[in-house]
Design a protein around this ligand. Structure first.
Ligand code: CA
Ligand code: CA
Length: 297
């Protein structure tokens, strides 16, 4: 199996980035990812200060060329396995998150990972729920920093992007140019302090292509649900985008009028917050897959 090592990172999703690996649809690939701080934080004694190189934040491994992908297609990335190291790191920083103005000084915390538990403190442990924060294709226009989400994916920070999930990313440029990174050992909806348990990881993926779907935004399929993800400058804008896409899908799949589809969304589709800490905010709508019997996947 091919392996992409973590020394091949990018800091922006950009059609000009030369591919570092090539995969065929149906092929498996092992991707080594760096943590969101590029491994600069190794101990808890340092707060984020002048020693920290902010230009090396949010690296993504790649880009990976997917043979046969063209604009208008959808790239499916099946997350088969996420292998974590023995520890991760968290940080707070003035300005980060909805309470960023209350953060007086930065704090850095090393978080051990033992078996299936994340050891937040000697008294508090949480279940390991590994997830991928950054996963995306190259946009067709100007480069987008890996710290931002968008229609191409990117820094979606969505906890459902985990083992067993099928991630669907719009393709905007030939060969798609997939990149991923920013794995978390666990994270809650919102990611309010701006970081989760930030880890290096080894991610086993399989890629597939779906031709000519022309989707506008990333989607997920996990267990019995289909998720529509959308990002906007405000939560309200993200909610509008995700809800509009959901209503259009329901109307098409069920042969409903737009008004009836809007009603059905109100009854059956949970609106959930993914993250509120990135340059664009991300929400998702959770649609029972049974309501989308004709989705071409
Ligand atoms: Ca992130
Ligand atoms: Ca992160």
């Amino acid at each position: 199996m091919k392996r992409v090592t973590r020394d091949h990172v990018i800091y922006a999703m950009d059609k000009a980035n030369p591919p570092v690996a090539v995969v065929q649809p149906g092929e498996r690939l092992l991707v080594e990812t760096e943590d969101c701080f590029s491994g600069q934080i190794k101990e808890a004694t340092k707060s984020l200060g002048v020693w920290f190189d902010y230009s090396r934040i949010n690296p993504a491994t790649g880009p990976i060329e997917v043979v046969g992908a063209n604009p208008g297609d959808v790239l499916e990335v099946v997350i088969e396995e996420i292998v974590l190291p023995r520890q991760g790191v968290m940080a707070t920083y003035p300005g980060w998150g909805p309470l960023g103005s209350d953060v007086r000084e930065s704090m850095v915390k090393i978080v051990p990972i033992e078996g299936a538990r994340v050891l937040f403190s000697s008294d508090i442990s949480l279940p390991v729920r590994p997830m991928i924060g950054v996963i995306g294709t190259a946009p067709s226009g100007k480069a987008v920093p890996c710290g931002s989400p968008g229609p191409h994916g990117g820094n979606l920070d969505t906890k459902e992007i985990t083992c067993g999930t099928r991630v669907f990313l719009p393709v905007f440029v030939p060969e798609a140019l997939l990149a991923l990174g920013d794995v978390h050992a666990t994270m809650a909806d919102g990611e309010v302090c701006g970081t989760a348990v930030e880890c290096r990881a080894e991610v086993l993926i399989r890629v597939e292509l779906h031709f000519g779907l022309h989707w506008k935004t990333p989607h997920l399929i996990r267990e019995e649900h289909h998720y529509v993800l959308a990002s906007g400058a405000t939560l309200e804008e993200a909610i509008q985008l995700a809800t509009r896409e959901t209503v259009e899908m329901l109307a098409y799949a069920q042969g409903l009028s737009w008004n009836e589809a809007y009603m059905l969304a109100s009854l059956a589709c949970d609106l959930q917050i993914s993250q509120v800490v990135n340059p664009l905010k991300t929400v998702r709508v959770k649609i029972p897959s049974a309501l989308l019997p004709h989705t071409p996947l």
